[in-house]
Design a protein around this ligand. Structure first.
Ligand SMILES: Nc1ncnc2c1ncn2[C@@H]1O[C@H](COP(=O)(O)OP(=O)(O)OP(=O)(O)O)[C@@H](O)[C@H]1O
Ligand SMILES: [Mg+2]
Length: 275
């Protein structure tokens, strides 16, 4: 009888170990799928980037001429109604040049100016920059920034640009949905990576759009409100930093943007920088 009991306990333990193993394999498979999806997106964006930078370079010269000649005309003594038209030509050409500039940032190949920095500080800076908007737009920010977060090698202005775009997107969609919102920002170390989560309680992202968020010019903002270049630039910057950026969302349940950056394996230069 006792022996039967022992066998049963053994079976239960074996079953439990098996269950744990299945869960482990499932989570490894999910991670593998996510890595493959990321690779497909990165590949696609790399070819779009090449095309975009070619077009941007070609269009930059004529645009510079349009802007320059419009400026020359504006400096001349011309009738007011013509001046108004030329001002429109000038400002629209400037707008087009800005789009081109952003396309070039998205497709840029050269290395950023990296140094050892603390991601938490960059996030705090971004939150300070947006504090006024958060106050007037009823956006509550909850941050859980890991106090012992390791430093990472990064260009802090570029990272600021990444976090700023994610935060401004969250603000926009939460405001559009309910004129209020909560943005939760968490940082933590997971093995050899630093992970930052930006979680909003806005409308979330339609399933069909999840794979297109990082495509240049993909936007669901109203006409004139967004160019759809923000996240493509973020993607370019994070890939250049050997990191990953991706989104998770259940429609109607908010959106989560996750940025991962590597912890430098050889922290030798830390002393050099602090000296
Ligand atoms: N927090 C979010 N909640 C819901 N949808 C989002 C969120 N962040 C991004 N998106 C979706 O991703 C799209 C692309 O974002 P991206 O930052 O690239 O461009 P944009 O914000 O539309 O324009 P721009 O950044 O040029 O002002 C958005 O238009 C929206 O559809
Ligand atoms: Mg944006």
């Amino acid at each position: 009888m006792e022996q039967v009991g022992e066998i049963q306990v053994e079976r239960v333990m074996e079953l439990e170990a098996l269950r744990r193993r299945v869960a482990e394999i499932e989570s490894m498979e999910a991670e593998q799928r996510r890595a493959e999806e990321q690779l497909i997106i990165t590949d696609r964006l790399a070819s779009i980037g090449e095309l975009a930078s070619g077009i941007a370079h070609e269009l930059n010269n004529p645009l510079t001429s349009v802007i320059g000649f419009a400026q020359l005309l504006l400096a001349k003594d011309i009738p007011d109604e013509i001046k108004e038209d030329v001002e429109i030509i000038y400002s629209e050409a400037r707008r087009a040049a800005d789009v081109m500039k952003n396309l070039l940032i998205f497709a840029r190949k050269h290395s950023p100016a990296k140094q050892l920095i603390n991601i938490n500080e960059v996030i705090e800076k971004v939150l300070a920059l947006r504090a006024y908007e958060h106050k007037v737009e009823n956006i509550q920010v909850v941050s859980h920034l890991a106090p012992d977060l390791p430093l990472t090698m990064a260009d802090c202005f570029q990272l600021q640009q990444v976090f700023l775009n994610i935060v401004i997107n969250a603000e926009h969609f939460m405001r559009r949905e309910s004129q209020r919102g909560t943005l939760t920002i968490t940082t933590r170390r997971v093995g050899n990576i630093i992970r930052a989560y930006f979680i909003d309680d806005g409308p979330g992202i339609a399933r069909g759009n999840l794979g297109r968020l990082f495509d240049p010019f993909f936007t669901t903002k109203e006409v004139g409100e967004g160019t759809g270049l923000g996240l493509s630039i973020c993607h370019g910057i994070i890939i250049e930093h050997r990191g990953r950026i991706y989104a998770q969302s259940e429609p109607g349940k908010g959106a989560t943007f996750i940025v991962e950056l590597p912890v430098p394996v050889n922290n030798k230069c830390q002393g050099g920088i602090n000296e």
